[in-house]
Structures are given as C-alpha cells and as structure tokens.
Ligand binder design. Sequence first.
Ligand code: ADP
Ligand code: MG
Length: 659
Amino acid sequence: ATPSSNSPKRQRRGQVHSTLNAVRPNIWHRIQEDRRQLPAWSCKDKLLELVRENQALVLVGETGSGKTTQIPQFLLKGGLAKGGAIACTQPRRVAAVTVAQRVAQELGTDLGGKVGYSIRFEDTTSPETRIKYMTDGMLLREAMIDPLLSNYKVIIIDEAHERTVGTDVLLGLVKEVLKRRPHDVRLVVMSATLEASKFISYFPGCKGALIHGRAFPVQLYYTARPEDNYLDAALNATLQDRISAMQLARSKAIAAGQLPTEEEQDNSPQQPEELLVYTIYAAMSHEQQLRAFEPAPPGARKVILATNIAETSITISGVRYVVDPGFVKARSHNPRLGADALQVVPVSQAQAQQRSGRAGREGPGKAYRLYTEQAYDSLEPATVPEILRSNLASVVLQLKALGINDVLGFDFLDKPPIPSIVRSLELLYSLGALDSQGKLTSPVGTSLSRLPVDPMYGKVLLAATSMGCSIEAMQVISMVSTDGVFVVPRAKREEANAARLKFTSKEGDHLTLLAVARAFAELPPKQQTSWCHDNYINIRSVRKAQDIYQQLARQLHQLQLPLTSCGEDPTPLRRALVAGLFPQSARKQPDGTYKVIATGQQVFIHPSSVLIGKKVDCIVFSELVLTTKQLTTHCAPLPCPLQKAGLCHFLFSAGMQGT
Ligand code: ADP
Ligand code: MG
C-alpha cells in the first residue's frame, strides 16, 4: 500500500483510502468487533440520554476508551444532529486527520462523505459531511463568519484537558452560543483527566459523566540518579528492554530478593528482535504518520519516537512499553520579551501519568521514567493552561474579529495575565490592526484576522500587495510555515551545505527560501524528486509549502487583493518583510551579539541561518527559540538605506504609530 513517491498528492491519498476502506472486508468486520469492545460502547445508551437531557456535558474517560472515535458516531446515529452536523475539535492537526481517517474506515466510507476533517490549509469536508473533525482553530475561524455556529447541532470540544489556547477561547465562545441557542445546540466537553470540576462549574447546568476504562497495571521504573543525557538514557532503556530483558528481570528480582519466575524467563527473548523505528509528530505528512500505525511484522518490534502527540490525542495499538524522558517542548510566551519561544520544559505529573498509562492499554505494561522518583514528586501536578503562557496576538485579533471588543473582560476559564493581553493589543496597534480605541481597523485588521498566518506575517503580505510583490511574499510565508526545508544528513554535512550555497542569499533566510521555492516551481513534475535529492531539499516540506501557497492565494483572492510580482528586484519584498516583522528587529552590539530593539533582550542568530557569521548590523526575525540561549529564526538584514541612516529605532517607533 505504500504509494510511489512521485505520483500526485491527491491520487496518493485516494490509494491509501481505498486500500483501507474497500479492499479488505474481513478487516472491516474485525474493526466492528473491536469497536464493541471499547469502554465507550458499553455506556452508549446512558451517554445518549445524558446528552439529550443536558445542554452541556463533561465527559471524562481514559485515553483509548473510544471518546473521540465513537461518541460522534453515537450522537449521529442517536439522531442528535438532525438538521445539522457535529463538530469535534482537536488541539492538533494530526489528531483531526488520523481520527477522521479511522472513523471513515469504521463507517466504510471515504473522507469527505459522512465524515471529514478540516485543518488549516486543508479541508476534506463536503456538504454531506455530518461529523467534522477539525482543529479548534478552524472552528474559531468559522465562528468569525457565523458567530452562532448555526451549522452545528452538537459541538464537541475534545482533549479539553490539554487546555490549548484554542480550546480555552472556544470554551468561552461556545458558552455564549449555548446561551443564545438554548434549545438548538449541545456541547460535550471531553477530557482524559479527572479534573473536570472546573469545566462543569464553568457552564451553567452542566453535568459530568465518567467512562470507566479498562486499564492494565503498568509497572513504573525510575532512574536511581538524574540523567544528564536523556537521549542516551532513552536509547539504553529501549535497547536494554529488548536485548537483556532476561538479565534485567533477573537482576531486578535478585535485587528485590526474589528469583525470576518461570514466566519471566520464558518471555525473555533469546535473541534480539529486529527493531523498526518510526517517528510521529505533527509536522509529518499523513502518509508517513500512517506508517507508525501499521502492525510490526512477526519477529520485529516497533519503536515509535513520538512527541507529546502520542500522550493522549492518538492511539497506536500494540504499545506495551513507554519510555518517558520527562520533558515536553512547549510554546511559551514571555510578555516582557514580546516573543514566543519554544522551550523544552519538564512535564507535569498529569502528563507523566498519561504517558505511562499508554503502556497499559492492551495488557500489562512497563513505563521507564528517565528521572528519579523525587524529581517526579517535585513536578507541577497539572499542566499550566497554554493561554497563561503564550503569544496572545492572534487570539486577541480573533476575539476582536469575533466582535468581542472587551478582551480584558472576556469570560476566560483562566484569564491570561493582563500584561500579555496589553502587549498583544500594543502589537496589533503597531501593525495597524487596531485603532487607538482598540477597535479592529478596516481593511488592515479585518484582513489580518482572516489570513491564516501570524499577524506579523499577515502584515508582511498586506504590505507586499501594496508594494507589488504579493506572489513572492506568499512564497516566502509558505516556506517559513513549513519545517525543515533543508536536509542536512550528518554524514553528508559538507555536500548539503555546498548544495545550499546555490540558493543562499545575502539578503537573509527569507530570500534564500524564496530561491528554493522558485527553483522548485519551475521544475517539470518528473524531475522534482531527483532535484530535491540532489539539492538536499526535503520534498515534503516544499510540497507542503506549495499547498500553503495555494491557500494563501485563495485568501488573497477572497480579500480582493491582487497577485503581483517584483521579478528579480528583491527590494520591494525586503521592505514588505520589514513592514511586518519590525516589532522583532535586533541590532548588533559591540560584542557581536544582538539586542532586540523593543525589549533590550540579548539574542543570537540561529546556527541554521544564512546570516550566521555575516556582518549585519540590524536584522528582523520570525521568532525566538530558547535553547541554551535565545536564538532568532528566519533572519533578514534591514535594507541598507535604513541601516545607514541608523533608522532602526526610528523604524520601530514609526511602526508603533502604524505608519
Ligand atoms: P479516546 O478518544 O478515548 O482516547 P479513541 O476514540 O481515540 O479513544 O480510540 C479508541 C480506540 O480506537 C483505540 O484504543 C484504538 O484501538 C482504536 N483506534 C483509534 N484510532 C485508530 C487508528 N488511527 N488506527 C487504528 N486504531 C485506532
Ligand atoms: Mg481522544
């Protein structure tokens, strides 16, 4: 079923679906049998009754109990979506996609029929679609056009325990929708953790329900000492478990004063099995993600390297062992810096429990926690809601576009810090999206709220349309919106770097990415694969960027903005970049580091930037990534006349006036 890599995308997806849905009827029957075994199935009637009788319901059930895949189907069959559809929101795109695919498979239909998904830059739904899995961001966008969400009879906010910004804003909005459509819409909030009381007391007259899951015992192992290299430790834990399960069992048993049981000895492999390593993370293509779901062939064992995507939102069957390094890469916002940073931070206890719980879904399992038991005790009990630690500019802009003017007074489940809100209002004002009264401006503010990109990049695009280079701006934005365009294999670092030189622009990363996008766009489709291979370019990233480009082009068309090109002259594009990114400009210091002009924060150019080691006085950048220090990604030098005139400061303050 592996599709050939150079057939067009649409066709490839079609192949995957027909293989899954039509060709193997025996699999379909097995799936129906499996469904009936799910804990959700046994409380189907009770659940329907509860939803019928209560406008709002909070449903708690362990991961894997069938909430996401089954509840929407129950509600549809139970007639609760008569005259409308069911929306089921997910914090993550990949969850929306894999779950929709799974449900289509369960219903024996193709995506875009009764079930479909809608995520940023991709919509597979049709007018027939009754169950729509979507990211919370997409439902927010729909609310902008239709504040009462009148297409939906049931709104399911799933994975609510994750408390993403999108979830929190949706909860506030839907609360209002429930008030205004008292007899016509229902809400189900679904969560994998027991802390449901907060949700229940937030919605008037809300009820709570619990699905009793089946969970097998999971044996927990902690390390004796803190690990200084969790990658090594993870590798050891994985390999040790395979190669020396018997020795491990024996030494543990001996340490505990027992001898290993017969069973332990029998279960231990005599020789190592083949390890098949898969990765799964949000930015991957769907075809690739599906590979991690395929069962391991006999004699082999799957090792899945996953981000926290595997914590609760997707279920891969067959998992018996979990190795938990105890960290999570979280987006957090520092209101003083005025920037977002991706940071690796310790997990919360709730997250650690979710992770280890995944080992006990189908049988007794083991979880290796790569930290000490004391370290576990000192972790935060629950994850801090994202809204309390992230960039609120897009959120505030969306609330404004939803007609919620008093953002400070919005009924948040947890109110973000006032300085964060104020800082976002300032940023939006400086971009010209809000007027001095804090009202959404037209057309800048309304346009920015409709563009599915960060408001700063949205402003780049708007500036580019008036400077005659919207095509180039879209190419750049689509490229910066995808990860990992350049492939740098460890063994071929020099070749990869040499290949990149062909595209490298002294005008920075944006124009370098533009050169790649342009070269790729000119290729005949047959040559794309070999060209990418020869040039160390990730073909998936570039294809993804092309998809995003198409989306943006459609948005521009809807906003009646022209498609224009500046040809070979980079100046208009560079100006447009500064027009949007000026709040994130930094100036070189005598010691060679950079200082963010707006905040005074010390930053360094990211090692992957083409500007690294170049003499550039003033730069603008996309965002800050915190590793051991603050690194700026996607850097561009400020155009020369501005630098010469020492206009960095002026530029920032001019921007603040919205000029
Ligand atoms: P919950 O939302 O309660 O965590 P789900 O509805 O996502 O549970 O999953 C229920 C069960 O359906 C899983 O335990 C798994 O057996 C099966 N399942 C879900 N998604 C897939 C998939 N993409 N492929 C195969 N099985 C799946
Ligand atoms: Mg789920």
